[in-house]
Design a protein around this ligand. Structure first.
Ligand SMILES: [Zn+2]
Length: 202
């Protein structure tokens, strides 16, 4: 907790308002803690960007298979333990979303249905099914790239991840590599429309 040092001692920072440098030892101690937290956050943010790069590689694989390009990975103690991409068309399976495949693979890997101490990275905001599966698996943290205004259950259409009636909630960060995550989907659907136009003409 910070002391209330009044407006003349405060300044805005990237993580909200924080006290300005002060000669008071307690506030200096608090500031040092905050600076350490900022460093941790920065390195976490950097790692999130890197891991999202791996999820994007998965999305690219889906693209090359003619699947809507959504990719996911699951990280446990700094290591990727499962990867997956959307395979709904090829498997004729409405549940073959990237996140579902990753959750199944991770559970197998960990030999447990509880996937604790992990972060799931996915290029697109998860739907109801995938958010439900994450809650079932007790995944504590989710990082996603771009919002899905048509089906997103983590902020867009629903906020299932933070429903206090459930016995588990998920911490979320979104907007990581957002442009790349959005662009790959945009490119895919543009191509589908073009192909469709060519087929209809011929
Ligand atoms: Zn889904």
């Amino acid at each position: 907790m910070f002391y209330d040092v009044g407006p003349k001692y405060t300044q805005s920072g990237p993580y909200g308002t924080m006290p300005a440098v002060s000669s008071q030892p307690q506030i200096r101690r608090n500031l040092n803690t905050r600076n350490r937290l900022s460093q941790v956050m920065t390195s976490d943010h950097h790692r999130d960007t890197e891991f999202m790069g791996a999820a994007l590689e998965e999305a690219q694989q889906a693209f090359s298979l003619g699947e809507a390009p959504v990719g996911a990975i699951l990280v446990h103690e700094g290591t990727i333990i499962a990867r997956g991409h959307n395979l709904r068309e090829l498997r004729h399976d409405p549940t073959a979303h990237a996140e579902m495949l990753v959750i199944q693979r991770a559970a197998e890997q960990l030999q447990s249905w509880r996937i604790l101490d992990t972060t799931l990275y996915v290029t697109l905001e998860p739907c109801l099914m995938c958010t439900g599966a994450m809650l079932q698996a007790r995944i504590p943290r989710l990082v996603f790239g771009t919002l899905d205004p048509k089906a997103g259950a983590c902020g867009s259409l629903f906020t299932v991840h933070q429903d206090s009636r459930l016995n588990h909630q998920i911490d979320i960060r979104h907007g990581v590599q957002e442009e790349s995550c959005r662009n790959i989907l945009k490119e895919f659907f543009q191509q589908i429309r073009q192909d469709h136009a060519v087929t209809t003409k011929s």
